[in-house]
Design a protein around this ligand. Structure first.
Ligand code: NDP
Ligand code: GDR
Length: 328
């Protein structure tokens, strides 16, 4: 039975990946941080097959211990401070976790693997945020990186460190440059979930309006369930490499609002949406659209959920959750 260790198990992707690997017959291990992590119970009850190991990306010895106790064939480094807006206010801790944390995992894997550095396969969760300022459309593996936030800068560090460990030590270390991917498990701080939840609440009469930031930004949004499949496929290749994972379609925040409000029959959403500078960013990533040709050709990967299907899935899930919470 193959064994895998996941960091970031309490996040959106960690949960989908745990399900995928369990379904494929893996023994699934995961790192969990904090003396009283509020999401521990969610993992213990919803994903009982996951074996949890206490540890933190900033604590190298805890990573070494988790590797020793789980003896993984594959390590998926999904843990990060992942909210871009937060990263300006907490640039140092974002650098430590999202940037240097990658180095800690790479180094722990290298030391753990000893004489056979390729024996433990490594996945790094890189991001389209690394492209930042628009240089080329669509963006692919060779597009110049020009990050626009402390989060993006930290991801660039992790990305190049992954490439460096592959080239320096012969590690099987791959980096997935994933564009935005969403689901009903998305954190409520991210724009898609913020909108799907607010639209559900407005439709049920539980809320009047939604307060937003920049409505012009464009993102290439896919479904998280599809994207974790790409992570796994990367680690099944003979050679480690870097891959863009995206749908190849882009939509503005206005189009997201159109689709979400439209799903509950509200065509004119403007009276329900207020903009507030509080949600504007010091520097914006204006346009993301990915070219996943390499992943399609080499991994046989392609997305299965369209933008409209994704928005409908998220609004429907939030309608069900909000009805239950409100006792409707
Ligand atoms: P989430 O924000 O949902 O999850 C982040 C995870 O990281 C949580 O489990 C969190 O645990 C964990 N974490 C945070 N700090 C630490 C730490 N110091 N030590 C150990 N674990 C920590 O992210 P997603 O699931 O959406 O994304 C997964 C990864 O993919 C992230 O690295 C993200 O940056 C990257 N990514 C995501 C994309 C997306 O669109 N979703 C696109 C491209 C890249 P806790 O519960 O303890 O806070
Ligand atoms: P992003 O996702 O920054 O792309 O990073 P987010 O959903 O936070 O923002 C997307 C775009 O929406 C605009 N926006 C708002 N965003 C939020 N959160 N809240 C608002 O009210 C709002 N109004 C407008 C933003 O300005 C932005 O342009 C996500 C994260 O998952 C990263 O970890 C990951 O690396 C990238 O996707 C790819």
């Amino acid at each position: 039975m193959p064994s895998a260790l996941i960091t970031g198990i309490t996040g959106q992707d960690g949960m989908y990946l745990a399900e995928l690997l369990h379904g494929k017959g893996y023994e699934v291990h995961a790192l969990i941080r904090g003396q009283n992590n509020p999401k521990r119970a969610l993992i213990e009850t919803g994903f009982p097959y996951v074996q949890l190991h206490n540890g933190d990306l900033t604590d190298m010895s805890s990573l070494m211990r988790a590797l020793r106790d789980s003896q993984p064939d594959e390590v998926y480094n999904l843990g990060a401070i992942s909210f871009v807006a937060y990263s300006w206010e907490n640039a140092h801790v974002t650098s430590d976790v999202t940037g240097k944390g990658v180095l800690n995992v790479l180094e722990a894997v290298r030391l753990h693997a000893g004489d056979d550095p390729g024996s433990v396969r490594f996945y790094q969760a890189s991001s389209s945020e690394m492209f930042g300022k628009v240089q080329q459309v669509p963006q692919d593996e060779s597009t110049l990186l020009w990050p626009r936030s402390p989060y993006g800068v930290a991801k660039v560090f992790g990305h190049y460190m992954t490439i460096n460990y592959r080239e320096s030590y012969g590690m099987h270390a791959s980096s997935g440059i994933l564009f935005n991917h969403e689901s009903p498990r998305r954190g409520p701080e991210f724009v898609t979930r913020k909108v799907s939840r607010a639209v559900a609440r407005i439709h049920l009469g539980l809320q009047d309006e939604i307060v937003m930031g920049n409505l012009d930004a464009k993102r290439d949004w896919g479904f998280a369930g599809d994207y974790v499949e790409a992570m796994w496929r990367m680690l099944q290749q003979d050679e480690a490499d870097d891959y863009v994972i995206a749908t190849g379609e882009t939509h503005s925040i206005e189009e997201l609002l159109d689709a979400a409000f439209g799903h509950v029959g509200i065509d004119d959403w403007r009276p329900r949406v207020r903009q507030d500078p509080r949600f504007m960013r010091p520097a914006e990533v204006d346009l993301l659209i990915g070219d996943a040709t390499k992943a399609r050709e080499r991994l046989g990967w392609q997305p299965t959920v369209s933008f409209r299907e994704l928005v409908a899935m998220m609004v429907e899930a939030d309608l069900a959750e909000q009805k239950q919470l409100a006792g409707l």
